[in-house]
Design a protein around this ligand. Structure first.
Ligand code: GLU
Length: 445
């Protein structure tokens, strides 16, 4: 790492002790930014990096609620409003027991660059709670969401901060959150949340967008090597919203997705995952992958273990951070891997990224490859602002244009900085320069 950046990084890490994931996200970005600071000494003078690493505002709050047996439960809520140089803070809410400040900050930090890359007018933020929705009834989830919003409402708004979903937060949760916001404020402010239902201000394609976008980005990377997804053998990790829609899109483009996973194990389905059955099990029944395997002939279920033990030419990690380490990466490379498109946020460890890059595997980092979700959220905000709703075809066309644009910008930036094919560098520099320019223009705030 560049010596000037190294000392800024040391200060950031020391000021934010115990936030391992945030440290990882910061280091990964800083490693790309040396050459930018050679060309733009004004960024150093204006302390852009120091400012970027310090969220504009961080909110941590108590979320009390009552479970179905009448017991009081207490969770912790977070919203980190990281950077508003390009627009209102924008980013999802994650409900998962692993959530703590370090995770929210890593996600919020990544979101700044991701959102800049989309070309849409959105800043970066993220939030969530250590609440675990798994095994909770709809009524419990509703009471939790209502309590969460009873604090959050005072910090958000269509011009201020626009939350959406992430792990553990889908259409059901956004519905309860929106209802409570509307009730407290007495405003039908559609643009305050994205990921809404179609009949009440949501956008078509938003549910599919992250997974679809990841596959579109991966297809663009493959095209630079004169190939495509057609005929590829794909392994996807996860089986939530991002994974399911990545599987659907990859298969539409002619690939065979032979495996996917959940936190208990993985399935191998050599005929190609049956997306309708997967949706039924995961989205309708809120069940486990084991149930998928039991209902389909020729499928094996592996309890525990790693889905990355399955050979593939294309890997789409769509589960969660740090799910793919250096050993898994090396094994995938030995198995003939051509490309990785990250549907999740930071699913590959730094060791894994190094292994992929040394082996010449096409590697699309999450902040570029999975930006289709938040980009379509920005399209939802556009529709809300103009009180319009677009067709599926039109919205998907916009998503495709945006993803191809992100790919091309990352590739062109990597070329410009003398590292053709390095999408990590392209994404980090491409996103950073846009935000840094806006911060310079807006003065010392
Ligand atoms: N949680 C998603 C992400 O990681 C989407 C955020 C949004 O739509 O605002 O980008």
């Amino acid at each position: 790492m560049d010596a000037r950046l190294e000392s800024i990084k040391d200060t950031v890490l020391a000021r934010n002790p115990g936030e391992a994931e945030f440290h990882q996200a910061v280091v990964e970005v800083f490693e790309s930014l040396g050459p930018v600071h050679d060309r733009h000494p004004e960024f150093l003078e204006a302390a852009i990096l120091e400012r970027l690493c310090e969220p504009e505002r961080q909110i941590i709050f108590r979320v009390p609620w009552t479970d179905d047996s009448g017991r009081v439960q207490i969770n912790r809520g977070f919203r980190v409003e990281f950077n508003s140089a390009l627009g209102p803070y924008k980013g999802g809410l994650r409900f998962h027991p692993s959530v703590y400040l370090g995770i929210v900050k890593f996600l919020g930090f990544e979101q700044i660059f991701k959102n800049a890359l989309t070309g849409m007018p959105i800043g970066g933020g993220k939030g969530g709670s250590d609440f675990d929705p798994r095994g909770r009834s709809d009524a419990e989830v509703m009471r939790f969401c209502q309590s969460f919003m009873t604090e959050l409402y005072r910090h958000i708004g269509e011009y201020t901060d626009v939350p959406a979903g992430d792990i553990g937060v889908g259409g059901r949760e956004i519905g309860y959150l929106f209802g409570q916001y509307k009730r407290i404020t007495n405003r039908y402010e559609s643009g305050v949340l994205t990921g809404k239902g179609i009949s009440w201000g949501g956008s078509l394609v938003r549910p599919e967008a992250t997974g679809f976008g990841t596959v579109i980005f991966t297809q663009e990377m493959l095209k630079t090597r004169g190939t495509s997804l057609d005929g590829q053998r794909v392994v996807v990790s996860g089986s939530g919203n991002v994974a399911i829609n990545a599987i659907a899109k990859a298969q539409t483009l002619g690939a065979t997705v032979v495996a996917c996973s959940d936190s208990s194990g993985y399935v191998v389905d050599e005929a190609g995952i049956d997306v309708d059955l997967l949706r039924e099990v995961k989205e309708v029944e809120r069940g486990r992958l084991k149930d998928y395997a039991e209902r389909r002939a020729g499928v094996s279920y592996v309890d525990g273990g790693s889905v990355w033990d399955v050979d593939a030419t294309v890997a789409l990690p769509c589960a969660t951070q740090n799910e793919l380490d250096g050993d898994a990466a090396a094994r995938l490379v030995r198995g003939g891997l051509l490309a990785v498109g990250e549907g999740a946020n930071m699913p590959s460890t730094r060791d894994a990224v190094a292994v992929f890059q040394e082996a010449g595997v096409l590697f699309g980092p999450g902040k570029a490859a999975n930006a289709g979700g938040v980009a379509t959220s920005a399209l939802e905000m556009q529709q809300n602002a103009s009180r319009d709703s677009w067709s599926f075809e039109h919205t998907e066309e916009r998503l495709t244009e945006i993803m191809v644009g992100i790919h091309d910008r990352c590739a062109a930036t990597a070329d410009e900085y003398g590292e053709p094919g390095n999408y990590v560098l392209g994404a980090n520099i491409g996103g950073f320069v846009k935000v840094a320019d806006a911060m310079l223009a807006q003065g010392l705030i």
